[in-house]
Ligand binder design. Structure first.
Ligand code: CP
Length: 340
């Protein structure tokens, strides 16, 4: 039987995701964590992290387990990830052996691998993440890939439930593209929209022309929204989208049509500095009391102003804390067969 991976929330049944959220809320309310003593999580970080790494290490120790962290090329061998590669370059170890060996040491693997491919059709295959899942022989958790950041999505959903819930149908969630000096992956915005869709919210993706999300991912968000009694639409007008909104989630992402061509992409985004969430935009939300979300790290006064981040709207630190509770619920599910 193949291991039960957690690579994308939309690859799990809706009820299973909702059960994780319920267990995360129980843990946050003081329920005893199920013991995971002697269990080991191996995290492989091809890219940097503050929240994901720390929250998983803390989560494992809260349950009496342990996490080992590897950063390939920094204290462990650089890893070749291309299938069939002739390995006469800098990489001494192939993903296939790395995954097989780490799967013998750990009860669970977790992998962060941002897109490195030259084209979007290549990057969207999430080959590094799925390569680990294919070869590890134990469950693999996605810590953010090109396509999904499901642990962030769980924390986003938990935050929406606790701030706006319990009934979220009919409430408007705006995913707002934001200016950023670099082209970023679409994993967080897609996962955030999936989270709001799963709660039955009216999801609006506000983005400038040229910054559409992957059509297959939009279909996935739309399908989840339809099952949950919500909706999905796209808007090119940020001000109209946030007016009356219940939640505004700012996130930049790169134009997929320019993927692998940073100069052309930068030229497309250069005139778009106005796509920033400020106090006036948050004041225009429902009763001036909409919540502001961001996965962090965030560039102050580029993506969002100081006044919003330090004002009454921001729930970004709660979101980051909720990574911990959601991941504790996930670890229980994968290692101990669910909550008590
Ligand atoms: N939100 C998030 O994944 O943060 P890190 O990149 O710091 O892990």
């Amino acid at each position: 039987m193949s291991p039960r991976h957690f690579l994308a929330c939309d690859e799990w049944p809706d009820e299973a995701v909702l059960a994780l959220l319920a267990r995360a809320a129980e843990l946050k309310a003081g329920a005893s964590p199920r013991p995971l003593s002697g269990r080991v999580l191996v995290g492989v970080f091809f890219d940097p992290s503050l929240r994901t790494r720390t929250s998983f290490e803390v989560a494992m120790s809260r349950h009496g387990g342990h996490m080992v962290v590897l950063e390939p090329g920094r204290g462990s061998w650089p890893i070749e990830t291309r299938p069939g590669a002739v390995m006469d370059g800098a990489e001494a170890e192939h993903l296939i052996e790395a995954a097989r060996v780490l799967g013998r040491y750990g009860d669970l693997l977790a992998v962060r691998a941002f897109p490195k491919a030259a084209t979007w059709p290549e990057a969207r295959a999430d080959a590094v993440l799925r390569g680990f899942a294919a070869h590890a022989g134990v469950p693999v958790i996605n810590l953010e890939s090109a396509r999904r950041h499901p642990c962030q999505g769980l924390a986003d959903a938990l935050t929406l439930q606790e701030r706006l819930g319990p009934e979220l149908r009919g409430r408007r969630f705006v995913l707002s593209w934001a200016f950023h000096p670099k082209a970023l992956p679409t994993a967080v915005p897609v996962s955030a929209a999936l989270a709001a869709a799963r709660l039955g919210m009216e999801v609006v993706v506000a983005r400038p022309e040229g910054f559409d999300l992957d059509p297959e991912d939009m279909d996935a968000i739309g399908a989840v929204a339809a099952r949950a009694g919500g909706s999905l639409r796209v808007s090119a007008g940020l001000d109209a989208a946030v007016a009356g909104a219940d939640a505004v989630y700012a996130k930049s992402w790169g134009a997929l049509t320019c993927f692998g061509d940073p100069e052309r992409e930068a030229a497309l985004r250069a005139p778009l500095r106005g796509w920033r969430i400020d106090e006036a935009r948050m004041a225009a939300t429902r009763d001036g009391a909409g919540i502001f979300l961001h996965c962090l790290p965030v560039r102050r006064n580029v993506v969002v102003t100081d006044g919003v981040l330090d004002g009454p709207w921001s729930v970004v630190v709660d979101q980051a804390e909720n990574r911990l509770w959601a991941q504790q619920a996930l670890l229980e599910e994968l290692l101990a067969g669910g909550g008590a």
